[in-house]
Design a protein around this ligand. Structure first.
Ligand SMILES: [Zn+2]
Length: 387
């Protein structure tokens, strides 16, 4: 027996208008100051008021939200006592809104206690609407929240099937406000989700279709969305692809690229999309034998043929690197501005944090501690290592 979970999805032009039809009394918006400055919060507030709701805006979500940040938001939630929570923004806002929701419904629970085994009994007080303003994290579709423990530079992956939003609203007008670098970073995150989901040992017929569809859409539309942010068609396709990739990986899980990226994000403070994008070609090469058939399927759906004797992993990794060059993404930690000494000093901690993640267990090839160290060295400057 297996299962597939996802929210109700409202998408396309003017999807935000759906908010005017929501039935409820009070809506609490969890967002950040950038989204407010862009005027997106005002639009959402207006629509919720048209639905007859009282609205409270909490715009204090931090980038890479911490446990403390989540606790503060949960306090504001308890004071306002809404029956709807609206997570509005990039992955940080959506992840924070999920964790705040848990504490709102379970005042005695600690954020760290969110696990698949913990009964959270959500939806007694409120339901969750997720509105992404970037096209990448897929958090609007997933059943996990990524929250940072700042003292130990640790990113916690907090999973619970109850954490899937009730409604995800994908309005392509929102990501149209993203600058090119953020479009590139978040787009690479979406690609890493789709490739990771397809190569995962937990992949299913349902996740395969979504992952392959998303990979194709991202290859076709990410360069267009980066080159011309006003390309509405490319923006809409990327926005949908990011959620499709989210639906895929949420139901099949990710692998070592994400374990390494969470480690790098916590220890070296590199933005998630930038980090995970650069991990992707190296981790694909690492699992060249175990996932050869899966990588060949991706290449065939992209219409890319391999040269005689070329391994599918190498052809796919090269195609991804070519895409990254077109959108101006850094191909290595060195290119992203991390100096050698900082990297060398952090290497043991990077390996330790990546080993703590449960994600590598779902990889087509599970790395040992020593192999993880080699992988990080490989990602540092792209100099080939012997696996
Ligand atoms: Zn990701």
């Amino acid at each position: 027996m297996w299962w597939f979970l996802c929210p109700e999805i409202i998408f396309g032009e003017d999807a935000l208008d759906h908010l005017e039809q929501i039935k409820g009394k009070k809506a609490f918006i969890a967002t950040d100051k950038t989204i407010r400055a862009l005027g997106i919060v005002d639009t959402v507030v207006d629509k919720l008021r048209k639905a007859g709701m009282k609205v409270h805006v909490f715009d204090g979500v931090e980038r890479e939200p911490s446990v403390e940040n989540v606790r503060n938001g949960a306090r504001a939630l308890r004071e306002f006592a809404p029956d709807w929570i609206v997570g509005l923004g990039g992955g940080s806002c959506l992840d924070a809104s999920k964790a705040m929701w848990v504490l709102y419904e379970n005042p005695k629970l600690r954020v760290e206690e969110i696990t698949p085994m913990t009964e959270l009994t959500l939806r007694q007080r409120a339901k969750l609407i997720a509105i992404p303003t970037t096209s990448g994290t897929g958090s609007e579709a997933t059943w996990a929240a990524i929250i940072t423990e700042p003292k130990e530079h640790r990113k916690m992956e907090l999973p619970s099937k109850e954490l899937v939003a009730d409604i995800a609203i994908l309005d392509p007008a929102l990501p149209a406000k993203m600058p090119a670098e953020l479009t590139a970073d978040t787009g690479m995150d979406a690609l890493a989700h789709a490739v990771g989901a397809f190569a995962s040992t937990w992949a299913t017929d349902f996740t395969d279709a979504l992952a392959l569809g998303a990979i194709k859409m991202i290859f076709e539309n990410l360069p267009k969305a980066c080159a011309n942010g006003g390309d509405r068609h490319a923006r809409e396709r990327m926005h949908n692809a990011a959620t499709m990739a989210g639906m895929a990986f949420s139901n099949s899980q990710l692998g070592v690229a994400h374990a390494m990226a969470h480690s790098v994000g916590g220890v070296l403070k590199l933005p998630h999309g930038k980090a995970v994008g650069m991990m992707l070609p190296y981790t694909i090469r690492f699992s060249r034998n175990e996932a050869a058939k899966r990588y060949a399927e991706i290449l065939s759906s992209l219409g890319v043929s391999t040269a005689p004797g070329e391994e599918p992993a190498e052809a796919l990794a090269s195609s991804i690197e070519h895409l990254m060059k077109r959108i101006g993404a850094a191909l290595s930690l060195k290119e992203a501005g991390i100096d050698r000494q900082t990297f060398t000093d952090a290497l043991d901690l990077l390996v330790e944090r990546a080993c703590e993640s449960t994600l590598p267990a779902l990889s087509p090839r599970v790395p040992s501690d020593g192999e993880l160290k080699k992988l990080f060295e490989y990602v540092y400057d792209g100099r080939p290592v012997d696996f």
